[in-house]
Design a protein around this ligand. Structure first.
Ligand code: KG4
Ligand code: ZN
Length: 338
């Protein structure tokens, strides 16, 4: 039969998400964002898993209702096996296992990082799928990787961060400036009206295709502390210029490594994924690289960049076609290589 309906569940961090896909097309994509973490300035694992427990059944129900299908039509259930917070992952995997058992349908475990990349293969009008092989840069609050993607399930990490993820660099810089969590989108917003060359931050010297962001964060901290010493309202008065300069430095770091990866591999199809791919600076830089270097670049639809279940569903769909199923003995993995 050629009608595949996948129910997908994502619960690796602080968003509880469910989606229904029909033959790779998204019928519904529901995310319950957890507000509880805001006042703590970061995700609190205990609170995250408790909120997942409260949200998961209603979120899955809403996804089914919005898709307008019955449970009995489902071909399989896919869920995030890892990487992520163990307590959060366990809520999603327990739920998926019980649904698979109750409905007697196959269970499919999905690698969250693979999903960020394969999100580009969701059937979506106006979005072209990258041809294999291509380079994927996954940039989020938890990860920063450059991956050579040779086919759906043949992926090789060719560069990654040795310390903080790029999203953390944005969020920690924002915190230094007194902005609320997560500060990445705010830095992006203020950067629009700022001068990216107002302040100069040095780029870290990291060999090969690897990244490092912890030095930059320290540099920004000292810069702000020193400036505030001589002018107490320095941050308020220069917020736009500071944000523009920070964003400019981070985007330069990412683009330098991408250029190096394109030169090393000879592959000029470049896709991005993960929360930071919403950043206007990286989107603009990729557009420029198309003109300047003849790259072909791929940016996913906004709702498929941050954590979501549709991306878990598209991996589930392709695994379903390959009959790659798992059983209830499968265990969650906080760390999970591609
Ligand atoms: O993929 P995601 O939703 O969750 C993780 O798996 O981490 O990514 C969240 C990260 C946060 O660090 C957030 O600040 C960052 O993505 N982010 C942005 C923007 N939108 C989200 N960073 C810079 N500019 C943005 N527009
Ligand atoms: Zn993610």
């Amino acid at each position: 039969e050629n009608s595949v309906y996948i129910l997908a569940i994502e619960s690796s961090c602080d968003d509880t998400a469910a989606a229904i896909l029909h033959n790779g097309k998204v019928l519904s994509n529901v995310v319950a964002r957890q507000q509880v973490h805001e006042e703590y300035g970061g995700v609190v694992p205990e609170l995250a898993s408790r909120a997942h427990q409260q949200n998961i059944v209603p979120v899955a129900d809403v996804a089914l209702k919005k898709a307008g299908i019955q449970k009995k039509q489902l071909s399989a259930i896919a869920f995030t096996q890892g990487p992520g917070l163990m307590g959060s992952l366990l809520v999603g995997s327990s739920f998926a296992k019980s649904v698979a058992q109750a409905l007697q349908i196959p269970l499919i475990a999905v690698n969250h990082m693979q999903a960020h990349i394969l999100a580009h293969f969701i059937e979506e009008e106006g979005f072209e799928k990258p041809e294999f092989p291509f380079l994927a840069m996954t940039i989020s609050g938890g990860h920063t990787q450059i991956v050579k993607v040779s086919s759906y399930f043949d992926m090789e990490v060719i560069g990654e961060t040795t310390d903080d993820a790029v999203g953390e660099a944005f969020d920690k810089s924002a915190k230094i400036l007194g902005l609320p969590y997560p500060g990445g989108p705010l830095i992006d917003k203020y950067a629009h009206e700022g001068n990216p060359k107002a302040y100069t931050f040095t780029k870290p010297q990291v060999p090969g295709l690897n990244f490092s962001f912890s030095g930059l964060k320290t540099q920004i901290l000292y810069f702000v502390q020193k400036s505030v010493e001589s002018d107490a309202s320095f941050v308020e008065n220069h917020l736009h210029d500071i944000c523009a300069s920070i964003q400019y430095t981070i985007i330069n770091i990412l683009m330098d490594k991408l250029k190096m990866a394109v030169n090393q591999t000879g592959i000029n199809r470049v896709a991005i994924g993960g929360g930071v791919s919403a950043n206007s600076g990286i989107r603009k830089a990729l557009k420029e690289a198309e003109k300047k270097y003849g790259w072909k670049t791929f940016v996913p639809k906004f709702e498929y960049t941050t954590d979501n279940a549709a991306m878990i569903g598209i991996v589930g769909h392709h695994k379903y076609l390959l009959q790659q199923f798992d059983d209830a003995t499968i265990t969650s993995k906080a760390r999970f290589a591609l």
